[in-house]
Design a protein around this ligand. Structure first.
Ligand code: COI
Length: 354
């Protein structure tokens, strides 16, 4: 970090901490006392402030609402064993945020605004970082276009905000998922790799339909052939096939997940062979049938490492190996957790200890 920025601090008159039930924290519903905001106008980011979390007033004509110029990130702050707080792989999220911004014709956020915004917010809301294993303070940086203008062009004005929400894992059990072969999440040359609102918006109807049939999530496939697995929308996907960790390669239709990247590095270090390549539905189904697919899991910041218990494909429901027997995902998930909570050496330098 370079220059120290001027950030205006407007403290909440009263904290909501005492009214918050830390034993029951559904993902993304409880927000901490403060948020960070910066505004972009005339080519500059200014008006940096930490203020009480709450509604912000804006015109109903803002272009984010009409044309979808909106991007976000998901990151987590952990309370370490020695009570210090660390943010995991903030650099990687920062880089991805600006890649999303570039693709969506939005301005880059300067590194110091992103990082010092997080630091200022966590300093003031330090007590909101949970003390319980498996829990963390989820950080949600978001940028959206604020020109009150209905012409179709990139906005001139933007708001960058960081919200924080104390949370446990997004999923609480092994997932029952459906391989989606009718609808698509992303297309080549599109914005699938960017963390932009529309990728999530277009997934909601197919997801709602699958939920009615009892599925927890969809496995998205490539739009051209529906033969290759891409990702799960809320997370990347990793399989263990023939003892190797196999995951769909990053392409324009797949988000470059931070947890995915982290698990790949941890697996390699543990001597597990890793293949990043196109992964066909056929080989996954065959692997389930002949027992060579021994593990399958979703990997994401919110999802953490969540086992996949059942996969449906073309009307047949396949049950995978009992999650308790899955040595690979259990071992690397534990290593990851230990690093995040300061229980194991952070030899990759992933923790930004505040
Ligand atoms: C995250 O893992 O941080 C995400 O952004 C996924 C989310 C849409 C729940």
């Amino acid at each position: 970090m370079t220059d120290t920025l001027t950030i205006n601090i407007n403290k909440a008159a009263e904290s909501r901490l005492a009214d918050t039930d830390f034993a029951s924290l559904p993902f993304g519903k409880v927000f901490s006392d403060h948020m960070f905001i910066a505004e972009y106008e005339n080519g500059e980011w200014s008006n940096l402030q930490v203020l009480p979390y709450g509604p912000i007033s804006m015109s109903p004509a803002i272009s984010a609402l009409h044309y979808g110029q909106a991007i976000f990130e998901g990151m987590k702050a952990y309370r370490q064993a020695d009570n210090r707080i660390s943010v995991f792989r903030a650099d990687k999220n920062f880089e991805r945020f600006n890649k999303s911004a570039f693709r969506m014709a939005m301005p880059a956020i300067p590194r110091e605004v992103f990082m010092q915004g997080i630091a200022a917010l966590i300093e003031i809301d330090e007590q909101w970082v949970p003390h319980v294993d498996g829990y963390s303070l989820y950080l949600r940086p978001v940028m959206f276009a604020t020109d009150p203008y209905l012409g179709v062009r990139a906005s001139d004005k933007y708001t960058f905000a960081i919200l924080t929400t104390p949370t446990g894992p997004y999923y609480s059990k092994a997932l029952k998922v459906k391989i989606e072969t009718e609808y698509t999440r992303a297309d080549e040359g599109g914005v699938g790799f960017a963390k932009t609102a529309g990728n999530y918006g277009r997934s909601l109807y197919p997801f709602a339909e699958a939920s009615k049939e009892g599925f927890d999530q969809l496995i998205w496939t490539d739009s051209a052939t529906h033969e290759f697995i891409e990702e799960a929308g809320t997370a990347n996907l990793i399989f263990v096939l023939d003892g190797k960790m196999v995951t769909p390669s990053i392409r324009s239709t797949v988000l470059d997940g931070v947890t995915r990247d982290t698990l790949i590095q941890l697996a390699k270090k543990a001597g597990i062979e890793v293949e990043e390549r196109r992964v066909s539905i056929k080989e996954v189904i065959e692997g389930i049938e002949n027992g060579t697919l021994t593990d399958a899991f979703a990997a994401g910041t919110a999802a953490t490492v969540t086992p996949i218990g059942q996969i449906s494909y073309e009307g047949t429901l396949y049950t995978l190996a009992d999650p308790e027997t899955r040595t690979v995902s259990k071992a690397i998930a534990k290593t990851l957790n230990d690093i995040r909570y300061g229980l194991a050496e952070d030899e990759f330098g992933w923790n930004w200890v505040l």
